[in-house]
Design a protein around this ligand. Structure first.
Ligand code: GTP
Ligand code: MG
Ligand code: ZN
Length: 360
């Protein structure tokens, strides 16, 4: 046990890595024009601090000021690729992302919070104990589908459970072809089961509640114990999270692993496609309902209710689908409103400035 804060990755030297091992792809390369090609260097964000970004490139690892943006969704987040003018050094611009995870910022605010960009595999971590919760797993799966990222479910603490296989079966039933690994996160050999997703240039991210073993998994993949994990939750420390910052670590296998703090609240936003993809069976059934706007309650000719009556669809699943859809719509709407308001405010400021400049 250690309560040491997380720092930049120790172990392997990130500076020595070729671009391809940093996750550089043709998708990013194609975004550079000739001038940028000759005068800038691509770097990847491995940690985001309050007023600085830690970036790593082919022969460099340094801290730079963040890019100034008015829309928080445009800000650089962990995993982003940036073009750096190495002479100043200054970030010239952020490159378009292959994927990005976001959620509604916790609390009553209406902002979006970026979680990570350019992740290849989302490792959804839960434990073979009372943390295991179907609705929560579905929420993460919808998030992964919405971001077009491959989800894998990692069920930890298999060593402390009498029936890890039961948990595995329940998780596997959530989506066709879903990969589920049950393991002891403290066991380096067992954690090798995750290696297929950790090859050179591949980025995986661990997400899940506090205490499920995300940092333990990260340490096992790194074959070290540098990242703080916490054994006992004292009564007064209830809800305190061991990991407080997101950080990207280079793996000996050539990939990257993102350890994240446990999320108390994961509210979906703008993830309608993800929810639809995850609940494809229900979406498919609803197309067979007699009425196009069927609410699947007491309407005659409702294919969804018929499937429930026939035992082909679990009523709980229908309930969870409704809940996620409603939540996503509510959040997407309030965020759209907030954005419109921001735009209107922006227009007003520009107008005032123009007016002022004209008078000067
Ligand atoms: N026996 C056993 N213990 C585990 C396993 N996974 C995690 N633990 C223990 O559970 C505790 C919490 O693990 P962490 O890795 O700190 O959890 P975390 O998900 O990073 O938590 P936050 O950083 O708070 O989000 C630690 O004491 C780990 O040693 C496992 O598979 N088996
Ligand atoms: Mg942690
Ligand atoms: Zn219906």
């Amino acid at each position: 046990m250690s309560d040491k804060p997380i720092n930049a990755p120790s172990g392997a030297d990130p500076d020595a890595r070729p671009l391809s091992e940093l996750g550089w792809r043709p998708f990013f390369q194609q975004q550079l024009d000739l001038v940028e090609f000759e005068n800038t260097q691509p770097v990847r964000v491995v940690a985001v601090h309050r007023n600085a970004l830690h970036v790593v490139g082919e022969h460099l690892s340094l801290t730079v000021p963040p890019i100034a943006v008015s829309d928080p969704e445009e800000a650089a987040t962990i995993g982003d690729w940036l073009l750096l003018d190495p002479n100043i050094p200054r970030v010239v611009r952020r490159l378009d992302r292959i994927s990005v995870f976001k959620r509604k910022a916790p609390g009553t605010g209406r902002a979006v919070q970026l979680i990570a960009a350019n992740v290849d595999t989302l490792m959804i971590v839960s434990s073979c104990n009372q943390d295991f919760n179907i609705a929560r797993l579905e929420r993460y799966l919808a998030l992964a589908r919405a971001a077009d990222v491959t989800p894998v479910i990692v069920l930890t603490k298999a060593d402390q459970s009498d029936a890890p296989e039961d948990y595995r079966r329940q998780a596997e039933a959530l989506m066709p072809l879903l990969c589920v690994e049950t393991l002891d996160a403290t066991n380096v050999t067992e954690v090798k089961a995750l290696h297929p997703w950790c090859g050179p240039g591949q980025t995986i991210a661990f997400v899940g509640s506090s205490g499920v073993g995300k940092s333990t998994l990260t340490n096992s993949l790194l074959d070290q114990s540098d990242i703080a994990t916490q054994e006992i939750r004292e009564d007064d420390a209830k809800g305190r999270h061991t990991t407080t910052h997101r950080a990207l670590y280079p793996l000996p296998s050539g990939g990257w692993v993102l350890d994240t703090p446990g999320m108390r609240e994961l509210q979906l936003t703008e993830s309608e496609d993800g929810v639809a993809a995850l609940f494809e069976d229900i979406e498919e059934l609803s197309r067979k309902c007699r009425f196009q706007n069927c609410a699947h309650e007491t309407e005659p000719g409702c294919a969804v209710q018929q499937a429930i009556a026939a035992g082909d669809l679990d009523a709980g699943r229908l309930h969870r689908w409704r809940k996620l859809l409603a939540e996503n719509e509510r959040n997407s709407q309030s965020i759209a409103e907030a954005r419109a308001k921001d735009r209107a405010l922006g227009r007003m400021y520009r107008e005032v400035l123009r007016h002022k400049n004209r008078r000067e």
